[in-house]
Write a protein that binds this ligand. Sequence first.
Ligand code: GLC
Ligand code: CA
Length: 555
Amino acid sequence: MDISTLPWWKTAAFYQIWPRSFKDGNGDGIGDLQGVLEKLDYIKDLGCDAIWFSPLYPSPNADYGYDIADYRDIHPEYGDLELFKQVIAACRERGIKVVVDLVVNHTSDEHPWFKASLDPTSPYREYYFWREGHEDKPPNNWLSVFEGKAWELDPDTQTWYLHVFAKKQPDLNHENPKVREEVKDIMRFWLEMGVDGFREDVITYIAKREGLPNGLPLPVGTGIEHYTGLPKVKEYLKEYREGALLPYDAFTVGEAPMMTPEKALEYIDETAGSKTLDLMFHFQHMEADSLLTDWVPLPFNLIKLKRAFNAWQQKMRGKGWNALYIENHDHPRIISRYGSEKYRVESGKTLAAMYLLQSGTPFIYQGQEIGMVNTEFGSVDESKDVLTYNNWRMVQKVRLSEHNFLKIANRRSRDHARTPMQWTAEKNAGFTSGTPWFAVNKNYPEINATAALRDENSLWHWYQKLLAYRKNNPLVLFGTYLDLAPLDPHRYIYVREYANQKLLVMLAFGEKPLKMKLPEGFGNAKLLFSNYAAPETPEDTYTARPYECRVYQVG
Ligand code: GLC
Ligand code: CA
């Protein structure tokens, strides 16, 4: 396999920036593009050569940028188009690709299209789903992902609009050809400016069931089956790909809740000639400690985690390419979930090796590389996320106390991923010279990038070494993948194999000592990575320490 012929995104490592909390460059307490410019070398040194920017566009921030009021501009809080062009140029100088978020399932209710659509005679009416209700009831009983019902009434016209997410995020009607022209035009706008592709927000939600809603029997359940993964999604994506993306050779990664490997291949199979996306962000491995959503916590289950990884590693093989991630702006910090805050660095290293040595394109979320962990909220008022607020509003109806609600939120809120990046041990963790828009985690004197860069055994350096090792390495890129102990609740042991090379990844989960046994065929292996002192040649058996990781290579 000639690696130089691969598309860039197969050998790249991505760094995700959630701009509001990354780095404040002008002292107003909010992260911005000036701050990004200051930190590009940091990202490059880590070994990342692509950036995914969460939304930078003007937005009333009901969902921090995932509610867009203008698709062709930069939020003044973050800078302006000129500054963004400077960021692209500075990235280009460093060999860093730039991918931006494309949020077209919905707009903000403050987008001019939506405002115009309030008038039933406006051509923008058909940009959205405006429907008649049944007396005082909504058109159907669909539920939204972010709050109760998926419909909101406009009191003036007595008609309802669909919002699959929050009220302030009305859904766009992609069945309308004018909307599809807008989407292609938005894509071209950013591609002309020099971006290399898009992360497509909840992209499998962009089609709603035909005939909605009048005349349709009311769905049972949440209605989600009527607005996710419908066949039309692929038709729209094909049009976007052919009409806007292919001429620029643009990259796409689509976000797809509830996605399975089988269904994903319908979008990303490279052998089928009908690919509509390059990569897919699925959620299955993010559910190893919860039931479908982070907000229904369960104890961490390693078997469930491995089942998800194994299925994707095996089923994508030779067909599709995996997107590898364990954190982003929508989930609490991974060490606090699947690892241990007590063994923060050790478990952080194990989790990093676990996913970075698999086949696919890795994504690292800001702060993950220094082992940031969840924060602690003393009251609901301290949180910022619409999902946290909405959940609080809903559980108040069943009289859950704030104390009990916080027990869940303190484990599960998306806010944990959104506290300011911890750069230094100085005031406000060096994130801002002003007052940070969101409280910095109190642990910053210990957990910060400066300390991590200084310590050669830090998690940061571990990430750097793993990324350097996997870069252009055929064993990691293309090797077979085999889980040797899929039903073991505490050990994750997998083997990668390519040509005459073999990689053995031995991971111990949990704080208790664990007996580990070397699988056959690794007697002559050499130690590549370990998070505790370990012998250069493997022992037949050893007792693993908390979250011990040993990685060996043969050949
Ligand atoms: C995606 C985004 C999330 C956002 C939601 C609605 O899941 O990642 O942050 O709230 O879509 O746009
Ligand atoms: Ca700022």
